[in-house]
Ligand binder design. Structure first.
Ligand code: ADP
Ligand code: MG
Length: 236
């Protein structure tokens, strides 16, 4: 589905990614782990052409998207939930979700059906539909950000550090939601995470990014058993 091959990404003349390749298959949850500054957000932004990718190729559903910019990628169904959520705090939960649909023309009934689907997935958000998003807890705000992404009918959902700043029990809820989105809605998911526990637990396959280089990849269960990965990312 998504195939990124040998990309080099730059901020002006400073190179942030070096010869990075990554693939996400149709039904997969794929994770990228790496410490702060490893290049995880840069990789996500590179996939949608939001930063300067100088070499390499990007393909989505067999189509070359190497030249496409972020808004074209969104139209093709690559939807990004950004780091830090970036929800509209002065708008209500419902308005935030409706904003997620801006690319798609829906009539009132279709919009209501889609909102209903989100409220089924996130019952908390139904209770809070009329509340200003800025007044929600961190976990609820992350749910708004994910639901807003889903409102755009993604063919691939990418999520940047969804567990950041959340209590462990809320992180568990977030896991369940990603599993359901993947299994019930058949949406492949690419997660980038500093939280290697979460990422390895939830994903089918995982990549390890260090200083802009992809240093390991494999089946998540196998990676979680490797000594070097355990020492560096799982505390022994
Ligand atoms: N807008 C930017 N301008 C210049 N350098 C940047 C910018 N964003 C990120 N970087 C640099 O690129 C590297 C990777 O950053 P980033 O992708 O944000 O890492 P991560 O998401 O893994 O924490 C870091 O060295 C960071 O300082
Ligand atoms: Mg980041």
């Amino acid at each position: 589905m998504l195939k990124v091959s040998h990309i080099d990404t730059f901020y002006d003349n400073v190179q942030a990614l070096f010869d990075v390749s990554i693939e996400v298959g149709d039904e997969e949850i794929v994770a990228v782990i790496g410490s702060n500054g490893a290049g995880k957000s840069t990789l996500m932004n590179s996939i949608v052409g939001a930063v300067e990718v100088r070499h390499g190729t990007r393909e989505f559903n067999g189509q070359n998207i190497s030249k496409l910019k972020a808004h074209d990628c969104a139209r093709k169904g690559i939807v990004q939930v950004p780091e830090g959520r970036e929800i509209f705090s002065k708008m209500t939960v419902r308005e935030n979700l409706e904003m997620g649909s801006y690319c798609i023309k829906r009539n009132a009934k279709e919009m209501n059906d889609k909102l209903g689907q989100m409220y089924y997935l996130f019952p908390k958000l139904k209770e809070r539909a009329k509340q200003k998003a800025g007044t929600l807890s961190g976990g609820e705000q992350q749910m708004v950000a994910i639901a807003r992404g889903l409102m755009a009918d993604p063919k691939l959902l990418m999520c940047d550090e969804p567990s950041l700043g959340l209590a462990p029990v809320i992180v568990d809820d977030m896991f369940d939601i990603f599993q359901r989105v993947n299994k019930e809605m058949h949406i492949p998911i690419l997660l980038v995470e500093q939280n290697a526990f979460m990422a390895l637990d939830i994903s089918n396959r995982c990549y390890v990014l260090e200083n802009g280089h992809m240093i390991a990849e494999g089946d998540s269960k196998d990676l979680a058993r490797q000594d070097t990965i355990r020492k560096a990312y799982l505390g022994g």
